[in-house]
Design a protein around this ligand. Structure first.
Ligand code: PCD
Length: 779
């Protein structure tokens, strides 16, 4: 019997009863509360900071400024990209909402009140808001703190073969080009960020509760930056109310809470509010892209070439492996069989919040998929070809896997045509096109059909190629089997709602012939779990899930030796069948894991050199990424009078290899599709010319609800990953990656009677209406 399959999430027992424990539920005796004073300016020199009135507040215990931190050499901290970021500003502020001072008081209200008593004198400076202006000669230099820095340039990076690509473009029969913006958006998890820090002056031990997606990486970075020995730091990530990449990095508030606790000798809690989360924590995307395709007249795509301007905000805090400053963007050749490809990415500083986090995508895969899937549609219009047919003609064939892409990725497995065909069949594609033709002939109403096909690259490492600040991307797992046969699995990844306590228990149960209910999964506490890089880029199943299967197999091998002693047979004569070790050919002799576990802890005579007990540890360094893929079809109706888009249908066929828990997988896809509709139709982190943030609440920054979402129609194909021990690929971000292009392609398709070839996200009613009028909006 398989332990895989639909199973209600174990963690739901506490979540649906409101019994989860989130960071804000952590309350310690004598705990104080912190609040952050933030800059009202996007760019301004700090002339002076007067904290005397705040310090005189009867409930205030400490006021910390950049100067205080400078004394501790903590005013600046490293970012995930090896840049530096101000914890509290000392010289100037570089984005609106930047952290300037931290107040610690007896309660949250007093801390907030005291912020108003701090008097900061600013000298406003001109701001750089538009990345396209950042490299102008006369642009104000944002990072004058960096030695010798005289411009806003961060990096130039490229991938692929420029000469080969250019040569194909030169003789191509058809080329198309399109500028497009993937706008700045925000992960916007429902639980905001925050921390409770408790520094024990007697033991010298620091405990930090915070909703981090990477507890071990945080602990190591705290040790490196603050100089506190690593074994004296415990990071606890309790239940998390959504992460979506927003909770990968270390924010100034965390460091301030820690310093607040060190300074006062009491625990300090800091929780940000919604506006603080939207204004100051990691944004995503903000890629200005120019893409070109070279093809034959009969629709063979030959090459793609791309130029990107990447807006990284005031500090280069993007979360990506060190080798890849543009993340995994160079997977932009997508799912197609190309001869050559080349991309150039230039990163720049602007007076906006830092971040560039992999919001529901594996390090910039979302931008890459959007780019290629929009370009293919532009080409289809140019060739007057059906976009489904054009894709079918160019998709990689099953026999081409493992496939090395022109920019160097090795796709592990896939059967792309089968997946696209299934999606088209489920959608009733031909009928939809016929309906559209009828409507067009009748002069309305407007309807569009959009397709996207995506390939994702998830599950980073291998560690020799991928690291964050020198920490290689491999993860550990520890498995103990108690004498009564109940197991405890300890892993380094951290669930934010994905259901690891269920799926990881299912993996162990499957390998050991147990019930998932008998396996407890421990995660999110550095004192209790092995080292590893955490959860993002859909890497938990590809990496920690693999570690889990491998450690369970080690336990199974140990159990074999014990069983052989129990059965008085040699280990080679045993076989694993139906979840038991039995003498080959004699299933009746089978010993279950519970029986073996008890024997392993008993007085049973074990062979020479066998330690007894079944417990094992393992570190998994993935040989390659896993490459989930999918085909999406979106149908929209557009009201030309108001510009309102209604998503009528959405068909999503995902292939993530073997599914451990199909119900959880479908939930992951539902969430990602909703995310995609949100980005395509309504989300934008907007700023005015002075760098004022125009969307710092959920009144302006819109989250999709059930009203905007259709009833999702899901399908699946299963192409196992050949190198993953259980054949699984990650899936958590697939739908967010694949869906925006399907929605935008559908809206642009609906607007084709107006000669529209492209429109940038978000396709709000106003933007669609203006696009119809031939005046698309520009950010
Ligand atoms: N699975 C199964 N099967 C397969 C795969 C998978 O079953 N084949 C399942 C698992 O186990 C889990 C899930 O499903 O439970 C997922 O998974 P994955 O794919 O591995 O992933 P992960 O790592 O775990 O996770 C992560 C992701 C991400 S990354 C994101 S964004 C998001 C997602 O996840 N987030 C979230 N989803 C979610 N959900 C929720 N609820 N919440 C959240 O927050 Mo980034 O990079 O961070 O941006």
């Amino acid at each position: 019997m398989s332990a895989y399959g639909r199973m209600h999430r174990k963690e739901d027992a506490r979540f649906i009863r409101g019994r989860g424990t989130y960071t804000d539920d952590v309350n310690l005796p004598g705990m104080l509360h912190g609040a952050v004073l933030r800059s009202p300016h996007a760019h301004a020199a700090i002339v002076s900071i007067d904290t005397s009135a705040a310090e005189a507040h009867p409930k205030v215990k400490a006021v910390i400024t950049g100067e205080t931190l400078a004394g501790l050499r903590l005013a600046w901290m490293p970012t995930l990209s090896g840049d530096t970021q101000a914890v509290l500003a000392t010289d100037k502020v570089r984005f609106q909402g930047q952290e300037v001072a931290f107040v610690v008081a007896e309660d949250r209200y007093a801390a907030r009140d005291a912020l108003e008593l701090i008097d900061v004198e600013y000298e406003p400076l001109p701001a750089v808001v538009d990345a396209r202006r950042a490299l102008d000669e006369d642009a104000p230099v944002i990072r004058d703190d960096l030695d010798g820095k005289a411009d806003n340039h961060i990096f130039d990076w490229q991938a692929g073969d420029k000469a080969a690509t250019d040569a194909i473009f030169e003789r191509a029969q058809v080329t198309v080009a399109q500028d497009m913006l993937y706008p700045r958006v925000h992960p916007a998890p429902l639980e905001t960020c925050g921390a409770v820090a408790d520094f024990d002056r007697v033991t010298g031990k620091l405990t930090v509760w915070c909703p981090t997606q990477a507890p071990h990486a945080h602990r190591t970075l705290y040790a490196m930056v603050a100089g506190i020995p690593e074994h004296k730091i415990r990071v606890i990530s309790p239940d998390i109310g959504g992460g979506f990449g927003n909770k990968v990095g270390i924010y100034p508030g965390y460091v301030c809470a820690i310093v607040g606790s060190i300074v006062t000798g009491r625990p300090v809690k800091w929780m940000e509010d919604r506006s603080e989360n939207l204004m100051s924590t990691s944004f995503a995307r903000d890629y200005h892209m120019h893409g070109e395709i070279a093809a034959t007249r009969d629709g063979r795509i030959q090459a793609i070439r791309v130029k990107v301007l990447a807006d990284h905000g005031a500090f280069n805090g993007t979360a990506q492996p060190t080798k890849y400053p543009a993340g995994f963007f160079h997977v932009f050749t997508g799912s197609y069989d190309l001869a050559a490809a080349h991309c150039e990415v230039t990163g720049v500083y602007t007076n906006k919040a830092p971040g560039g986090v992999a919001y529901a995508c594996s390090f910039r895969v979302t931008e890459a998929v959007y780019l290629v899937e929009r370009l293919v549609d532009v080409l289809a219009v140019e060739l007057d070809m059906d976009p489904a047919e054009l894709r079918m003609r160019n998709l990689l064939k099953p026999g081409q896997f493992p496939y090395t892409s022109p920019t160097g990725w090795e796709y592990d497995s896939g059967d792309y045509p089968r997946t696209l065909r299934l999606a088209l069949d489920m959608a009733g594609y031909d009928k939809l096109r016929a309906e559209q033709a009828d409507r067009r002939a009748a002069g309305g109403p407007l309807m569009g059909i959009g397709i996207s096909f995506f390939t994702e690259a998830v599950g980073a490492g291998p560690r020799k190629h991928m690291d964050i600040l020198g920490l290689g991307m491999a993860d550990g797992a520890e498995l103990r089997v108690h004498p009564t046969g109940k197991a405890v699995l300890r892993v380094s990844c951290q669930s934010q709602g994905q259901g690891h306590e269920t799926t990881f228990a299912q993996i162990v149960a499957q390998e050991l012939g147990m019930s998932p209910g008998d396996v407890e999964v421990v995660h999110g506490d550095t004192d209790q779990t092995p080292f590893g890089l955490g959860t993002y880029g859909s890497r938990s199943t590809p990496v920690s899930g693999a570690a889990t299967a491998m450690v369970a197999r080690k336990v199974r091998e140990r159990a074999r030796v014990v069983a052989s002693a129990m059965l008085e047979a040699s280990p080679e004569d045993l076989e694993w069948a139906e979840g038991r070790w039995a003498v080959r050919g004699d299933p009746a002799t089978g010993k279950s894991m519970a029986e073996i576990a008890l024997a392993a802890h008993s007085g049973l005579e074990l062979p020479e050199g066998v330690e007894g007990h079944l417990d094992a540890v393992c570190v998994y360094n993935p040989p390659n990424l896993t490459y989930p893929f999918g085909a999406y079809v979106c149908v929209v109706d557009v009201d030309p009078g108001t510009g309102q888009v209604k998503v009528r249908r959405f068909v999503a066929v995902d292939d993530c290899g073997v599914r451990i828990n199909p119900m959880i997988v479908e939930g992951q896809i539902h969430g990602g599709l909703a995310d995609g509709v949100g980005m395509a139709l309504m989300q934008l982190m907007a700023f005015d010319e002075e760098g004022n943030h125009l969307g710092a609440s959920f009144m302006d920054y819109l989250l999709p609800t059930a009203v905007e979402c259709p009833s999702w129609e899901l399908g699946e194909t299963v192409t196992p990953s050949p190198h993953h021990p259980i054949g699984a690929k990650g899936v958590g971000e697939s739908a967010t990656v694949g869906s925006p292009a399907a929605v935008v392609n559908a809206v642009v398709d609906a607007l084709r009677p107006y000669g529209v070839r492209h429109a940038d996200m978000p396709l709000t009613p106003a933007n669609v209406w203006l696009t119809i009028q031939g005046r698309p909006f520009r950010t």
